[in-house]
Design a protein around this ligand. Sequence first.
Ligand code: NAG
Ligand code: NAG
Ligand code: NAG
Ligand code: NAG
Ligand code: NAG
Ligand code: NAG
Ligand code: ZN
Ligand code: ZN
Length: 844
Amino acid sequence: MPPQPVPQQEYARVVLIIVLLFFLYASPDPGPPPGFPTARDYAAERIAVSRRSLDILNITKWQDFSPKGPDTPKHEAPRYLNLTGFREDDDYAWERLDAFRKRSSEYSDEARGKWRGVDGNENGLMPNVYENVTGIVAGRWVRRTADINGEPRKRVMNLTEITPETDWAFQGEEYWIRNITGNEGKLMLRLDEKQVDEIGSFEDLSLSPINAVRSAVATLTIQDETSSGDGWEMRLHGLHWPKQGTMLFTTTSDKFHGIYGLPHLTSSREHYLSGQKLLNRTLEKAIEGMEQAIWADPANPFTSSPDSQGDATMPVPHCELVVYAQVYPLKVDLASSAGHLDPANIVQQIEQEIRFPNGAPIPDAPRLQVSTVMFSPDCGFMIESKGPPDFSPGDGEHLLGKKQELFLQDIQSWLHVFALVIFAQIMLLKIQSKEASTPSTIGRVSLFTVAIMLMADALLFSSLSLLSATAPNLFPAALLTSFTALMSVALGVRFVGAIYQVQEPERRERLRTQQTTSTAPARPNATPARAPIITAAGADTLARATDAPIIIPSDQDIDLEIAENTTVAAPLLLPTTNTPATTTQTPRNSSSFGAIYVKFILVLTFLLFISLSSTSWPIPVRTFYVNTLSFIYLSIWIPQIRRNITRNCRKALLWKFIIGQSILRLLPFAYFYLKEDNILFADTDWKAFCVLAGWVWVQIWVLVAQEILGPRWGLPKNWYEEGWDYHPILREDNVEAGGLPIGLVQIPGSPTLERARTSEELGRKKKDGGVRTVDCAICMQVLEVPVVGAGEDSSANAGGVAGILARRLYMVTPCRHVFHSACLEGWMRFRLQCPICRENLPPL
Ligand SMILES: *[C@@H]1O[C@H](CO)[C@@H](O)[C@H](O)[C@H]1NC(C)=O
Ligand SMILES: *[C@@H]1O[C@H](CO)[C@@H](O)[C@H](O)[C@H]1NC(C)=O
Ligand SMILES: *[C@@H]1O[C@H](CO)[C@@H](O)[C@H](O)[C@H]1NC(C)=O
Ligand SMILES: *[C@@H]1O[C@H](CO)[C@@H](O)[C@H](O)[C@H]1NC(C)=O
Ligand SMILES: *[C@@H]1O[C@H](CO)[C@@H](O)[C@H](O)[C@H]1NC(C)=O
Ligand SMILES: *[C@@H]1O[C@H](CO)[C@@H](O)[C@H](O)[C@H]1NC(C)=O
Ligand SMILES: [Zn+2]
Ligand SMILES: [Zn+2]
């Protein structure tokens, strides 16, 4: 056997790989040339700087840092620290520090003002705050400019001078990130307090116990809505005085050694002393940690962007932030539950019960409320949470949220509710796919309607499994919900597969007609006009059929027969019959389903990717994206409406399914668009929700109208090919349409007519002027059919809703047989053939 010739491209690829490997091995060690500093030198430098800063913290005293401000007395010289960012030459906006401190005290007073009233025990507030503030709070912020008179001072910050040893990615002030330029926006603060160890907390007996302090970490997300920038997320390190509920955080970077100067930013001597003593110990520990990791190029342990790798090698300058936060006292209705609690340490009991629930009676989960003031010393802006005293509580109540345990409980219970919703969707899908189990019923269902639902469920499944993998606290609930979503996906895939399979011949037919239209312009009509059978032979057929019991033949028999018919007769468009002719093409079927499956997965991945990256888009763009995607998703019934029109069929889906799915799929939107404190902290937007719900509502009404008025109501006649009308207005003199259906024609000697004559109906018929009777061949019951007499005006009694509804009771086939609507519809669920003459029937 001769060797297969390797294609030219393969050679090129091999050569490329070899060249790459060569370069990889031949490249010299990535160390810098001699004389240049190594990574270790950088680390040693950084550690030395940190140590110097710590020394400064060690030796300085309260009020050693009192920069020049508008209120500084003339005779008093301003004092600065020899600490990066705290020096006079750095030219930071420290003149606003006093305003920041003052505002912080105002906010603390505002919060504590409420506990003072408690002494009289009037408003049921407790004089205590949560001591463990681990949790999430969110709210709105506003820019504070009240302390600025006129234009802000022009400052000259020269990064090269401030930090000679750092290579900044760029210098220009206008490119600094986190520069908040808008006037308001959203704010979210995630507070995190680790279990206190010996180092992390401090209680000095020389100070009052109320000044006990411990270290804390917070993650702050600021969204600047009036500017083009998106939200900034940063990690802050700082101090927490738990008895007072006061917190002070700061960012720390090469150009601002915030954490080393943090005690100087407090507003009281006690806070300064306790903070300095704690930081003296924790920072010492942190520097020791850096020394141990010197070989691994230790990064700044207090960095505010721990996730960005570039921060260590080529830092991007960003605005620094000092954050003051005040926890509000608990709002507890003491009267209801205080009887069981020891008044001395109510907060501890509540916190213990929240964290380790064992059924102790506690007041209803008091919320966590925090007010905050933030100040950027280098960019010079000051922002604060929106709320009293400047704003009424209706405008904003500072930051509201929950303790972490309660928040997790909330998410878990909502996940459970969501799992129930998905489960209900599964049940509906199950009922629907059971209902649509025959080829003719499946043929009516739109592939896209079900595929959109499947796509949504698959997206849900992937995001929920991501959640259950990344959030260990939510593991059981998220897993349960993602499992229900998986079940829904599995069921949906089966249903979509079935629909695809059944509609395959139809698609092929369409493809073929598209190809052949160029050569053969005349397309065979889907519903061939049949010569009316009004002869005695026809009546004969009817008589025979009515005598014999109707047996629904098994699928195989009829399939074979159809196959024979179709091979002999001209090929008819019969999408709902699985003729054996398709067996030769079965491999192609499955492979094309594979192709569409791959397409589906690709679209899904694409959507997932876009949605994940949309979290970093500007807010208006993201809102637009989310709303557009929601709108497309909630257009689920549009493909079905379209299919009803093209196929001229009704009753594709159960009403139970349509209404149920609409409601269930709107429920999550209702939650996120309407509920104020939803678990994603998403902004409520009832207008958008009304649009979405209204859109679904309109689609449902269109479906209802299609059911009642016919699938093609309201469409111009030339937009579609006229399909067979199963509910025609019957006229005695309707010659061009082939006259009246069999059995309604008055042929002397016809058995049907004999029976009709003998029945008393005949008399009434004459009276009504237009009701004829015939036996329905399926149920053997008498069927009354209104007939417009010759020469009468058909619009008189056949028009209008009453006429339409009356005509809905019977169905006339192209072969001019008449049945009860219910009977023939039931029959057509199994076979698209006339039960009497086995003529093919156009789909309903
Ligand atoms: C802190 O300062 C004191 C003197 O005020 C000195 O004895 C001590 O060694 C210093 N500690 C550190 C870690 O620099
Ligand atoms: C500030 O500290 C640096 C070393 O970090 C030192 O060279 C400089 O002289 C100090 N400046 C003052 C005013 O003490
Ligand atoms: C910043 O300071 C350095 C060193 O003092 C100086 O060379 C540079 O020109 C200054 N840059 C600006 C923009 O003032
Ligand atoms: C505060 O609560 C969180 C969450 O339960 C816990 O992980 C943390 O250890 C607690 N912190 C303190 C200081 O008790
Ligand atoms: C800081 O810690 C050192 C010991 O590590 C101690 O000698 C010094 O007095 C402390 N300084 C302050 C201000 O507490
Ligand atoms: C921040 O934004 C303000 C206002 O747009 C601008 O004047 C300033 O240069 C920007 N950068 C810094 C570092 O302040
Ligand atoms: Zn019937
Ligand atoms: Zn027939």
